[in-house]
Design a protein around this ligand. Structure first.
Ligand code: ZN
Length: 613
């Protein structure tokens, strides 16, 4: 079959318009063109076709009428065999890992936002990019040597099928491209934006190696990290043979300064941004197994036109979030102390999310399309993140298995077994996605079966199943078997718990979110209120501004009557309130007199020595 060909040009970088020319040979009397509504890995309807600004078609130099049938669908009358050319422009000015972005410095070609596809055409596709001076091109193709072609001013990639087309972003711009050092030369790093610090490369390679050795086999021959290193860039998105990472260059600046100064002693204070980067890369790479190949049944082959509901995102994202940090720990690239601190912070975030007692992990997964990805002012009260709670449930499952089978491999072994039963039985290397998506995905029942087998109990007890099926609180007492203790840091006496979060708007303090059942909610405070002043009932009014809000709160005492002066819809109100006392942040420490068995379990779990800093 002739490939459907796209030619991409950039005559209007200042307008952020990407020009696409689609050429195809018509096969029938009618040709319909459609565009995806969402991107796999990012579970919200984005209606990408709304970014199409102009569209026109012609056949052999004469214009051909094109009708719009729906928000994401066009139609043309054709004669079989005639060569049809469709020119359209796409607005691309949202710098994220799941939207296209174009300015004079680069073009990030996010496929679901760019490619109108003829209905019924399943491949092959050819994408040619006419580069601006000084630019080069890179894609996330599975086999770059065979699929990518380069000549001066030109970059081209061949994609065999529809899923490969939508799963293979292209970056065009001033790029720095390098391969990771041994043993990860098969991993390519392409960076747009600020220079990537060299000292991170061997550290990233150790993390990649750790992730690859976690799984029974590597499902790709080549892997590409495409990095957007720019202020405001954030997040990551997984693909079959690579991932896109958004990182803030300022985040690694403290570590870079330390290395530049010749100081090789890593300290957690300067390393935070590097830890974030390594965990992000670890997370997206882990997805090359968990989600892209070992996937919930609903996630591939995809229906690109509407929501693809699944109750299993807590496995896809939660387990991946658990292992992204744990595998960085096992690689030796984060201190034990910093890892435990991050774990404690996650526990604290869950504790401060009232929605954990409203929504189960399965519900959170199912409703991702309308809740997690579309937050509103009651979100923390009504819902829980399947990333956050899912990662902590993964920890508890790991601890549960390690307690029942101290010599076993815990949750690691469960994932390896799920892999062997499913995608591990097929060859999913290479450009075609056929093998990947013809292998059926798993369900929560499949996970339960393997958990039952690995626990030695034969089945999963109801109390364990409740971790994901019920909106229950989590109990972290099992950390003790690793010689770890969860406690709360002592708080300064007299510190109040606000019960709401504050957003700065041009120096003014505005209420963002009010926690359910808090004194603030009972006092009638609402999101969108502007905070003007506060006072103890017997004290002076103190003006509230973002910059000095903390000093004002310091004047108030837990349990003591106070008042807030607020502005709501341009009317000024006084709200009586008595704040609660602040709670200490969770912390996880190694128990000094932990017995040798617990220390040994800690070392098996963490891959680190008990005495490591
Ligand atoms: Zn993820």
């Amino acid at each position: 079959m002739d490939p459907v060909a796209y030619r991409i040009t950039f005559p209007q970088p200042g307008a952020h318009l990407i020009h696409v020319r689609l050429e195809l040979f018509a096969t029938g009397e009618i040709c319909q063109l459609w565009m995806p509504a969402w991107s796999p890995g990012s579970y919200v309807i984005r209606e990408y076709a709304r970014n199409i600004r102009t569209i026109a078609a012609h056949v052999a130099d004469s214009p051909r009428e094109i009708r719009k049938l729906a928000k994401d669908r066009f139609e043309l009358a054709t004669r079989p065999g005639e060569r049809l050319v469709v020119d359209y422009t796409v607005y691309a000015h949202d710098l994220s890992v799941r939207t296209a972005h174009h300015d004079a410095s680069h073009a990030y070609l996010h496929p679901p936002q760019l490619f109108l596809v003829p209905e019924g055409h399943a491949g092959p596709f050819r994408v040619a990019v006419e580069l601006l001076p000084g630019w080069s091109g890179v894609s996330l193709a599975a086999d770059p040597a065979r699929q990518e072609r380069r000549s001066p001013g030109h970059f081209e990639v061949d994609l065999p099928d529809l899923d490969a087309l939508f799963d293979t972003p292209i970056e065009a711009g001033q790029l720095s491209v390098t391969n990771l050092p041994t043993p990860c030369e098969h991993v390519r790093l392409a960076v747009w934006g600020e220079p990537f610090p060299d000292f991170v490369l061997p550290r990233l390679a150790r993390v990649v190696d750790q992730v690859e050795r976690f799984w029974p086999a590597r499902p790709y021959d080549h892997y590409t990290f495409l990095v957007h290193a720019a202020v405001g860039a954030r997040g990551g998105l997984e693909h079959l043979a690579g991932s896109v990472l958004g990182v803030e260059p300022e985040s690694w600046a403290p570590a870079a300064r330390r290395v530049q100064a010749g100081n090789l002693d890593r300290d957690d204070d300067s390393e935070g941004g590097v830890y974030d980067l390594l965990e992000l890369a670890s997370h997206e790479l882990f997805h090359a197994w968990n989600v892209k190949r070992l996937r919930p049944r609903a996630l591939g082959p995809f229906d690109y036109g509407r929501e693809n509901y699944t109750r299993e995102l807590w496995i896809a994202e939660g387990f991946t979030s658990y292992y992204d940090g744990l595998l960085v720990l096992r690689s030796g690239e984060i201190s034990v102390k910093a890892h435990l601190q991050r774990l404690a912070e996650s526990i604290g975030r869950l504790r401060d999310t009232p929605g954990r007692l409203v929504q189960s992990l399965e519900e959170s997964s199912f409703d991702a399309w309308v809740k997690l990805y579309r937050p509103q002012d009651d979100s923390p009260n009504a819902s829980v993140s399947y990333y956050l709670k899912g990662s902590l449930v993964a920890l508890l499952l790991d601890l549960w298995l390690r307690e029942l089978r101290p010599r076993g491999s815990g949750l690691d072994g469960v994932l390896a077994e799920l892999w062997r039963r499913g995608p591990g039985s097929r060859d999913t290397r290479g450009p075609a996605t056929e093998n990947t998506y013809s292998c059926p995905g798993f369900t929560v029942e499949d996970l339960e079966q393997v958990l039952g087998d690995h626990s030695g109990l034969g089945e999963v007890p109801g109390a364990v199943r409740a971790l994901w099926s019920k909106p229950i609180d989590l109990d972290f007492a099992p950390l003790a078997q690793l010689g770890l203790r969860l406690s709360e840091k002592p708080v300064q006496p007299g510190l109040i718990d606000l019960g709401f979060t504050v957003q700065d708007r041009a120096g003014s303090a505005w209420v963002e979110f009010v926690r359910t059942d808090s004194p603030a909610e009972r006092a009638g405070l609402a999101s969108g209120d502007e905070l003007l002043a506060a006072r103890r009932i017997d004290g002076n009014w103190l003006r509230l501004r973002s910059a000095r809000a903390a000093r004002v709160w310091d004047h108030l005492q837990p349990g003591a009557p106070a008042e807030l002066l607020i502005s709501r819809r341009e009317r000024v109100l006084t709200l009586p309130i008595a704040f609660a006392a602040a709670r200490g942040a969770p912390q996880i420490e190694r128990i000094d007199d932990a017995d040798p068995a617990a220390r040994a379990r800690f070392e098996a779990w963490s891959g680190r020595r008990w005495s490591d800093p």
